[in-house]
Design a protein around this ligand. Structure first.
Ligand code: AMP
Ligand code: GLY
Length: 451
């Protein structure tokens, strides 16, 4: 196809390091530029941009792109997408992989996203949206003690109250809250507390000024990611992630402690159903509003007894879901991303490794609340020698002495490939066993019994 291209990669976590590892394999890559050289993995693969990268000085990054003939910008995280980096950086001679700010509202504004799902009859949890704390609290109270139903027996009313008491609704800050804005409360007391933290104490700032209170769904979760080019949709193999910090899905929610691909709870027929009933209607609904979606559309789904329902949309690759996906992608990443940018995705041949991939995250002491920085990481070289394993750096940097030290919450993500999921996880854990740093936290059950 076309010639070499200079690429600018925006973002600084494990997802971006996995993307960078794949980009440098591309026969089409010219120079790789990065915005986050403090990430030791990215620093080893790309050249650091030498201008400020904030949205206020976005013209500096535009000028940089012009000067260095950047042909493609790849935006990893949701914040720059929601802030409009894709809109600002695209130009006649430059493609951007990632949706416009308008399209990124699917992730950045859960209230808007819920309304869109509703208007397009996309299966999702029932929900109400509130801007007023008192109204939200009253609604919660009505859910806790639903009024006795007229004409029904007392017994039924009591049972219905019990049912509500068992499952308080889920409370979500409408805006971006670094993955912390969703509370699945154990009881109504926790639900009221979450509401107060969001709407009164403003723990998430503006992100919590609107709140979505939604029906709690039961089932198993799965992440279906697709690449979209404005019209065509390429559904990627489904993944599962593990959001809780501790084994057996205990402990607080995190950005993700591990993931694997393909998912074990979704057959091809259900995947096609998800494409038809959830992904396509979403893209169509956006198009009706004059919004062309380009980039990754990530649907977080609950497989309920009544079929798959959308829990949320993200406008980017998942972290860590991107790691097992990149490990399995055999095709040239630049060809794929270019197809999405140019609207020619239907012409891109995509090949996947038939093996399974399993990714285990090594997190810092204190993650997710207060990750402790500075611990020296040992064993990265030994880990890199494990066959069929790959290490992505998320929160680690080089200190003055050249040692790689912890600098963020999710420090490393280690991916193993194997003929079966069990083999993939053995490889990932073997690689993890070579690596150590003080206070490292790791789940031991990623991909095991997949829960
Ligand atoms: P989200 O960021 O919206 O995906 O929410 C984070 C996590 O909260 C999800 O992965 C689910 O585990 C859980 N969650 C969100 N919405 C619901 C819901 N309606 N019912 C049950 N669990 C939910
Ligand atoms: N791993 C979940 C996410 O990236 O949102």
């Amino acid at each position: 196809m076309s010639g070499k291209m200079n690429v600018l990669l925006i973002g600084g976590g494990g997802r971006e390091h996995a993307l960078a590892q794949k980009l440098v394999q591309s026969r089409r890559l010219g120079d790789l530029w990065i915005t986050n050289p403090e990430n030791a993995g990215l620093a080893a693969l790309g050249k650091a941009v030498d201008v400020p990268v904030g949205i206020r000085e976005i013209y500096r990054l535009e000028q940089f792109c012009d000067k260095h003939k950047i042909g493609m910008v790849v935006i990893g995280p949701e914040e720059p997408l929601c802030e409009g980096y894709a809109d600002k950086l695209s130009g006649p001679a430059r493609m951007v992989f990632g949706p416009s700010a308008e399209a990124a509202r699917l992730e950045g504004d859960k209230a808007w996203s819920k309304q869109l799902m509703r208007s397009a009859s996309i299966p999702t949890a029932d929900a109400r949206i509130f801007t007023d704390y008192r109204a939200a609290k009253d609604y919660l109270a009505s859910r806790e003690s639903p009024p006795a139903l007229e004409g029904r027996s007392q017994g039924l009313a009591a049972r219905s109250k019990d049912l509500h008491a068992e499952s308080p609704p889920v409370i979500k800050a409408a805006g971006l809250a670094k993955g912390k804005g969703v509370v699945v409360p154990r009881n109504f007391k926790d639900a009221y507390a979450a509401l107060e933290r969001m709407m009164v104490k403003k723990e998430f700032g503006d992100a919590g000024s609107r709140v979505v209170i939604e029906e709690r769904l039961e089932g198993t979760e799965v992440s279906v990611l697709a690449i979209v080019d404005g019209g065509n949709i390429l559904v990627l193999p489904a993944c599962r992630d593990h959001k809780r910090l501790l084994d057996k899905d205990e402990g607080p929610n995190t950005g993700g402690m591990g993931a694997f691909c393909p998912a074990d709870n979704l057959d091809d027929e259900t995947l096609r159903h998800v494409e038809r009933e959830i992904l396509v209607p979403t893209i169509d609904a956006l198009r009706r509003d004059g919004i062309a979606y380009r980039g990754v559309l990530y649907a977080g789904l609950m497989l309920t007894p009544a079929g798959p329902k959308a829990l949320e949309f993200n406008c980017r690759f998942g972290d860590p879901e991107c790691q097992p996906l990149m490990a399995r992608l055999k095709s040239d990443l630049i060809d794929l991303l270019e197809g999405a940018c140019k609207g020619t995705l239907d012409r891109v041949e995509v090949e996947w490794d038939s093996r399974a991939a399993c990714t285990v995250v090594l997190a810092a002491r204190g993650y997710p609340d207060a990750p402790k920085k500075g611990a020296v990481i040992e064993g990265l070289e030994a880990g890199a020698k494990v066959a069929d394993a790959q290490i992505a750096i998320g929160g680690a940097t080089r200190d003055r002495d050249g040692r790689v030290v912890v600098s963020g919450g999710r420090v490393l993500s280690v991916t193993g490939l194997g003929e079966t999921l069990a083999a993939a996880r053995r490889t990932a854990y073997e690689c993890c066993s070579k690596i150590s740093f003080e206070g490292a936290q790791m789940r031991t059950d990623i991909g095991a019994g997949a829960g």
